[in-house]
Design a protein around this ligand. Structure first.
Ligand code: FES
Length: 126
């Protein structure tokens, strides 16, 4: 198979992936509100091409990239403490509103805006 054919096949496969994007908006549906973590807990959710961690901080949902920016551990397996999720591998705390960690100020985890509408949870995957 030549490169052009392979490229065509890849594009064709990508076009067939159903994207749960609301028309006219840049938000992706994650799951129903009823599937979200309980207060003080975090869960991993898979989007089209990434995994995010949604944490429930005192009843407020926060979304952060699930891959720790240090060495890639799953942040959803960490504990929530004082508005931060603590990485289960080396204990770096990441602020769930800013993605910042006091351990290394130049490192920041990606965070995502959450919207809840009609019983569904959406994130902006930028
Ligand atoms: S992998 Fe998360 S702090 Fe090291």
């Amino acid at each position: 198979m030549d490169a052009a054919s392979a490229d065509h096949m890849i594009r064709h496969e990508l076009q067939e992936v159903p994207l749960p994007v609301r028309q006219g908006e840049e938000q992706i549906r994650v799951a129903a509100l009823s599937e979200m973590p309980q207060v003080g807990e975090a869960l991993e959710f898979r989007l089209v091409n990434k995994r995010i961690c949604i944490a429930n901080v005192g009843g407020e949902l926060c979304a952060i990239n699930n891959s720790c920016p240090h060495l890639g551990a799953s942040l959803s397996r960490g504990r929530i403490r004082d508005g931060k999720i603590v990485c289960p591998l080396h204990g770096w705390p990441f602020d769930l509103k800013t993605g910042e960690t006091p351990v290394r100020p130049t490192t920041r985890a990606c965070i995502y805006k959450i919207t809840i509408e009609d019983g569904d949870v959406f994130v902006n995957p930028l």
